[in-house]
Design a protein around this ligand. Structure first.
Ligand SMILES: [Zn+2]
Length: 194
């Protein structure tokens, strides 16, 4: 689960703010929608964490908002000195009372203590896990594979066919694709030379 610590509300210039907002952060009395709008970006989220399913937003030691993540968008933010930076915007659904993640966390003390980084991660018993699809037997939350295990699974299949070229030929035959290259002995210009 992603855990984001909010700052107190701060004004922003919508002309230069990456998402066109005039404020970010938390203010007492905000509705969940206002809180979401002011705080769903722009964050530095680890590449290996972009499949997380839930994010909690906390302010001064209490969880204020829980969101089910539908998509994490990467945008380029220009900051001072025109340096470009990879930032993430979380798109998701605000969880309401009755959802088990909302009820376990919102309005309750933060599951993590104070920390320097606004974006942190923790393993929650409410993260739904299932077996990694590569067959390694390990559990994964919010993704088909553990990081890198998709490549392992794919290359294991390639090896069962032969080389990567063999695999492509096999794949094109199975799919009925037009072959990328004709084998030399089927090439008409080659046969006219015989
Ligand atoms: Zn695996």
């Amino acid at each position: 689960m992603i855990f984001i610590t909010l700052s107190a509300e701060q004004a922003r210039d919508p002309e230069t703010e990456a998402l066109g907002r005039d404020h970010v952060g938390y203010r007492e009395g905000m509705t969940p929608a206002e809180m979401y709008h002011a705080n769903h970006g722009t964050w530095v989220i680890g590449r290996n964490r972009r499949h997380e399913r839930y994010v909690l937003f906390a302010f001064r030691g209490e969880v204020k908002l829980a969101v089910e993540i539908q998509r994490i968008e990467t945008i380029i933010v220009r900051s001072e000195g025109d340096t470009r930076d990879d930032r993430c915007v979380i798109h998701g659904r605000i969880l309401e009372p009755g959802h088990r993640v909302h009820d376990a966390y919102v309005g309750r003390p933060s599951p993590l203590g104070a920390g320097r980084n606004p974006v942190r991660y923790f393993d929650s018993p409410l993260d739904e896990t299932h077996a990694c699809r590569c067959g390694c037997g390990q559990q994964v939350a919010g993704a088909d594979f553990l990081i890198g295990h998709d490549h392992t699974a794919l290359h294991d299949r390639v090896r069962q066919i032969g080389t990567v070229a063999d695999f492509l030929d096999w794949f094109d035959i199975v799919r009925g694709n037009r072959p990328v290259h004709e084998p030399a002995d089927l090439n008409p210009s080659a046969s006219t030379l015989r």
